[in-house]
Design a protein around this ligand. Structure first.
Ligand code: ADP
Length: 546
């Protein structure tokens, strides 16, 4: 292992001279303690998911130097966060808060504006402030991961009573995932909808508590999200209006048993009919969780073998017949679509629901219910089973090994649960993937009345050509989708302006309102400029958008 190269100068924020930066850093060290401030003066190192960098996006789609921090600061309390915010206002240095920075596929820990000081909340603010077995709620700081919350519940002997809803990868922060509106796979999968109460440091340094948290002496903060007056929580998710320092979350009661199941469907064109079958079952809660309908290419890739094990050429798409032949060798067998679902409750309750699902799915010719009982322990099915029952997992990372230096970036449009919409989104994404020579990994995650299509592009981050193809493919898909009336639910830093631009109804009225809020709450424009396409006045219209 080579000694990391020193950088000549840290990535300075535009408009801040080296002297001014040095002086600002000296001030910050005095305020927080030198041990809690790190200037990024070493070469960037990527690491991997569990040892990810907090200085940049280890899966960068642009040039390595684009989204890079100049320094990282580690506040230990809400008061420290206020101190950092006031410091940023004095020195006019942009800051970028992260909880744990494992937001892979959407930018990781990287700031949108090069040279921002990353405020890494997760390293020191990692307390679980409350777990209530009476109310089925908890209150956490930004450094609490899904793993940590799950382990704490087990350690307190509450594992039989309380479940945490976890996303595909459990190493991320509960707060970070929730404010970015990530999803999990139990009936509590919509994390934003199941949170209750925030504590937020505003860009000028004041602290607010939302909902019942505004009432001194209340005991209802985590039980009733709304309080009185406007429901302000929304402006602190997918935005740059505040730094969340505490969040309440509801926990799911253990339903008294669960059972995961796997169905496969043979033909690509079964998609539309299948989605039509899923919709009423899902809305009526017979299909109870945010289930996944995954494509065969991903079924093969998640086995963890690189694509070169199946197909020698480095460029172009792996041929369909080859993917199907490989799928046929797996315990799941050949298929185009694999539906991973879970049913909850005691056995007799589950049996009723499973029978209804079975009868409905079997209307599709070639539908197979896979006998998973004999599946080996490391089969992907069991990872989905753990996640759908509140146990964090990391198996999903395996498809990153599909290409060397595997990185990923997502196209994630939402639509109603309709066959027509599924087919339209599938077709446009498939066409663009073929055009750009990229293997196609679509998965539909079915919420209650909508579905997220998550298409992960896996690329070699050391290849300029592969990065360019991935980015071009994404940009095309965003435009194609918008032309048909579809928008993304979340996006990578590099696409935030483009995606925000698609939400343009009435001459961009919504963004204009966001800008009014931004300028009022953050007059100096120091907090995460450009995040989610929201630029403060100081930056607006000066060529920052991409
Ligand atoms: P995770 O580690 O859970 O994947 P991150 O910490 O990377 O999540 O958070 C995802 C994004 O959400 C960050 O890039 C940041 O812009 C925003 N974010 C995360 N935590 C906070 C917070 N506490 N306050 C404000 N914004 C946050």
């Amino acid at each position: 292992t080579a000694i990391p190269r020193r950088r000549a100068v840290p990535a300075l924020p535009q408009g801040v001279t080296a002297e001014a930066f040095e002086a600002a850093m000296a001030d910050l060290r005095t305020l927080l303690g030198a041990e809690h401030v790190e200037v990024v003066d070493q070469a960037l190192r990527d690491g991997w998911y569990m040892e990810h960098p907090n200085t940049h996006d280890m899966m960068t789609i642009l040039d390595d130097e684009e989204f890079v921090a100049s320094a990282v600061v580690y506040p230990g309390s809400t008061e420290d966060v206020q101190t950092v915010v006031r410091w940023a206002n004095r020195h006019l240095v942009p800051i970028f808060p992260i909880s744990m920075g494992r937001n892979l596929g959407y930018g990781g820990a990287a700031p949108r504006v090069r040279g921002s000081v990353v405020v890494d909340l997760g390293r020191r603010m990692r307390q679980i402030l409350d777990i209530s077995a009476e109310d089925f709620t908890c209150l956490v700081e930004p450094g609490v991961s899904f793993y940590a919350l799950h382990e704490a519940i087990q350690a307190r002997g509450l594992g039989d009573a309380l479940w945490v809803d976890v996303p595909d990868l459990g190493g991320g922060s509960v707060i970070g995932n929730t404010v970015d509106r990530g999803v999990g796979y139990t009936p509590y999968g919509d994390h934003w909808a199941t949170h209750a109460g925030l504590e937020v440091v505003l860009p000028t340094g004041e602290v607010v508590r939302t909902g019942m948290g505004a009432l001194p002496g209340n005991n209802t903060w985590q039980a009733f999200p709304y309080g009185f007056g406007p429901f302000s929580d929304g402006i602190f998710s997918q935005s740059n209006f505040g730094i969340v320092t505490k969040m309440g979350m509801t926990l799911m009661p253990n339903p008294g048993g669960h059972e995961s199941f796997l169905y496969t469907f043979q033909r690509e064109e079964d998609l539309a009919q299948l989605i039509e079958i899923i919709r009423p079952l899902r809305i009526r809660n017979i299909l109870e969780n945010v289930a996944q309908l995954r494509h065969v290419t991903q079924s093969v890739a998640v086995r963890g073998q690189p694509r070169s094990a199946y197909y020698a050429p480095v460029d172009g798409v792996v041929p369909d017949d080859l993917v199907h032949a490989e799928a046929a060798k797996t315990p799941t067998g050949d298929h185009t679509w694999a539906y991973y679902g879970t049913t909850y409750g005691p056995a007799e309750v589950r049996a009723l629901k499973l029978a209804a699902v079975d009868a409905a799915f079997r209307r599709i010719p070639g539908c197979r219910k896979i006998d998973t009982a004999a599946f080996p322990a490391d089969e992907y099915f069991w990872s989905r089973d753990r996640i759908a029952s509140g146990t964090p997992d990391l198996h999903e990372l395996r498809w990153c090994q599909w290409v060397p230096n595997g990185s990923h970036i997502a196209f994630s449009p939402v639509s109603p649960i309709r066959g027509h919409d599924a087919a339209a989104l599938y077709a446009l994404a498939k066409r663009r993937h073929a055009e750009h020579g990229i293997d196609f990994f679509p998965a539909f995650c079915v919420g209650l009345r909508e579905m997220h299509l998550i298409v992960e592009i896996v690329f070699d981050r050391t290849s300029a050509a592969k990065k360019a193809a991935a980015l071009a493919c994404l940009r095309d898909m965003v435009d194609d989708a918008a032309a048909l009336g579809y928008g993304e639910y979340r996006t990578h830093l590099a696409l935030m302006d483009q995606v925000a631009g698609t939400y343009s109804w009435n001459d961009g009225a919504l963004m204009k309102m966001h800008e009014v809020l931004k300028d009022a709450l953050d007059p100096n424009g120091i907090l995460a400029p450009g995040r989610c396409g929201i630029w403060p006045r100081r930056y607006r219209g000066r060529g920052w958008e991409m």
